[in-house]
Design a protein around this ligand. Structure first.
Ligand code: PLP
Length: 399
């Protein structure tokens, strides 16, 4: 089967919800993937910040295989040792005391929204269900999370929307303070806005938000679906800000590829979830929990987290040099291996040309090339990617 045939069959059978490139990926190893025609690519998309350990990391594959032969799924009606171990590991590595497992980032955020509302009601009485989020945020595609997302384009056409969200410019503390009303129960933010164009907030902003939440009796939710699991150079991005949330959502890189989501909270907050409050059939099942635990241990015990941090600094330095010398490249932003290159014009053409030359990159908000490679990427691979980008962007001549 060729790329062309898969493209044809896709159009006839799969919902047209994605603007897909005309290749079908069939195999991956480390930072490389191959398409159905046998062409090799250096993958700086990594499933959009999912394949943090590289494609088919042997320890992820081994954990999946081993657990698949023992017990793939059982209901959350029973205790699940792998889920318990994963929860213990996660709570041992962050502010949280309790974990709820689900299957995606949007679901983790749904759980966070439900918990914030319920906890606030039970603590402060009725009338506190509003959540303030940021403009240009992205929290998912379910009905609750599109309402939470501060981008009109993801909400258009799906009204009536779930009420109870207010949006403020990211990084603007005064606007946030002004948006808080007696009905507000929480503030929900990405520590670095990813889909919104790789926006790092001003220094001290998240700390000030934490103080504001404490002062006004609000819960602070960090959506670390994209920034978590080593993506920004530390296990969680908020570690670099000297601030902890009350609730955090995770997904994407949590199991090194396979789908799992998680909502973490302090014991004080999570006590407001009781049997019947929330549930997920597949959430934290033995297969995914065992794989996530193996992926997290691999990330932290095999030096991959530190390697990713070092490669983030190296990649950034190379991109800064490129930005300084190529017309039409306005700047570099991001943290760790969540990097964006801002262009003066649309980036879609560069993405296409890079793909034709064997490099997979992505573009967000039209003009920002996004790089979220596996954390195992090498200097040589970064050099190769930057050399090609330099060539393509120079040829584009700043247009
Ligand atoms: N939150 C953030 C910050 C994300 O970047 C994403 C996906 O890109 C989501 C939530 C939604 O995650 P999922 O697609 O797994 O539902």
């Amino acid at each position: 089967m060729s790329n062309a045939l898969w493209v044809e069959r896709n159009a006839a059978a799969v919902a047209n919800t994605y603007g897909r490139y005309p290749i079908a990926l069939v195999r991956g190893e480390g930072c490389r993937v191959w398409d159905a025609d046998g062409k090799e690519y250096l993958d700086l998309v990594a499933g959009i910040a999912v394949n943090n350990l590289g494609h088919c990391h042997p320890k992820v594959v081994a954990a999946l295989r081993a657990q698949a032969g023992e017990l793939i799924h059982c209901s959350n009606l029973y205790h699940i040792p792998q889920q318990i171990e994963l929860a213990e590991w996660l709570c041992g590595h962050c502010f949280a005391d309790r974990a709820f497992f689900c299957n995606s980032g949007a679901e983790a955020n749904e759980a966070a929204i439900k918990l914030a509302r319920k906890a606030s009601r039970e603590r402060h009485g009725e009338g506190r269900g509003e959540i303030v989020t940021a403009l240009m945020s992205f929290h998912g595609r379910t009905l609750g999370t599109i309402a939470a997302t501060g981008q009109e384009k993801v909400r258009a056409g799906f009204d009536p929307l779930m009420p109870g969200f207010r949006y403020v410019p990211f990084g603007d503390l005064t606007a946030l303070e002004a948006a808080i009303t007696p009905a507000t129960c929480a503030v929900m933010l990405e520590p670095v806005q990813a889909e919104g164009g790789i926006i790092v907030p001003p220094a001290g902003y998240l700390q000030a938000v934490r103080e504001l939440c404490d002062r006004r009796g609000l819960l602070l939710i960090f959506d670390e679906v994209q920034t978590g699991i080593g993506r920004t150079g530390t296990l969680f991005a908020h570690e670099q800000e000297g601030v902890t949330p009350d609730i955090m959502s995770l997904a994407k890189g949590l199991a090194g590829g396979p789908p799992i989501g998680c909502m973490l909270a302090t014991a004080e907050v999570m006590q407001h979830f009781q049997p019947g409050s929330h549930a997920s059939t597949f959430g934290g099942n033995p297969l995914l929990a065992a794989t996530a635990l193996a992926a997290l241990k691999t990330l932290t015990e095999d030096g991959i987290l530190e390697h990713g941090r070092a490669m983030g600094a190296y990649f950034r330095a190379q991109l800064e040099e490129l930005a300084a010398s190529v017309p039409g490249v306005l700047g570099v932003r991001g943290r760790g291996l969540l990097l964006g290159l801002e262009l003066a014009s649309e980036g879609a053409g560069i993405v296409q040309q890079a793909m034709a030359r064997g490099l997979l990159i992505n573009c967000t908000v039209g003009t920002v090339l996004r790089f979220v490679p596996p954390l195992v990427i090498s200097r040589e691979e970064i050099d190769r990617a930057v050399a090609l980008l330099r060539e393509l962007l120079t040829a584009a001549g700043g247009h």
